[in-house]
Design a protein around this ligand. Sequence first.
Ligand SMILES: CCCCCCCC/C=C\CCCCCCCC(=O)N[C@@H](COP(=O)(O)O)[C@H](O)/C=C/CCCCCCCCCCCCC
Length: 216
Amino acid sequence: MDYPETDFSLKVVLISFKQCLNENEEVLLDHYIDSWKGLVRFLNSLGAIFSFISKDVVSKLQIMEHLRNSPQYEHYTSLQSMIAYEVGNKLVDIDRRSRPRYPNSGCRTVLRLHRALRWLQLFLEGLRTSPEDARTSTLCSDAYNATLAAYHSWIVRQAVTVAFCALPTRKVFLEAMHVGSSEQAVEMLGEALPFIEHVYDVSQKLYAEHSLLDLP
Ligand SMILES: CCCCCCCC/C=C\CCCCCCCC(=O)N[C@@H](COP(=O)(O)O)[C@H](O)/C=C/CCCCCCCCCCCCC
């Protein structure tokens, strides 16, 4: 799977996160995967130092695309149908102490992306509301420490900390979004964030209702 880094626009991500939820508040997995592909394209444009991160996301997207192309594809239309199917048929590893039988379950895989979506939400909110001279590495690591860090090994946390130092300045970052000036990018973030937050909140509620928030 190849996600070229050219022609990235935050608008693409904005539109696809908006489309992730239908009128019944179902999280549509094809759109969810597409949204993540857009983020991976952006990440790739930031340089090779982030490739270990984008490789991890791509491997998770490949698992989801594989499930979407499997004979059981209909169960993987939405997060709701996926959870009902995998939990109902005991296709999810729940117990940390048992040997993993379903390391590539959809529930486990989306949970990793879901946690990362919270990081994204906090990071974008930080970018949007911070002063012009704010350090992106600080914004990024504050968001990381409040979300993903708790789930990552020491070695991953160290690698991530090094990668954060390579982040461009806030201004360059906003311009790299390709939605116009820094001010226009900030405005765009204000429009995009509610869509991301909505997808996160609906997913979080679902995972919580099914006691799936700590899947190994
Ligand atoms: C339009 C502007 C918005 C900015 C968009 C930035 C692009 C974001 C793209 C991706 C974000 C990072 C997604 C990270 C997913 C991590 C999933 C995860 O937790 N994986 C770990 C657990 O997986 P399993 O082993 O249980 O299968 C895995 O161990 C970790 C792998 C290493 C990567 C983790 C790095 C997370 C750092 C998050 C900050 C990214 C900084 C990007 C800078 C913009």
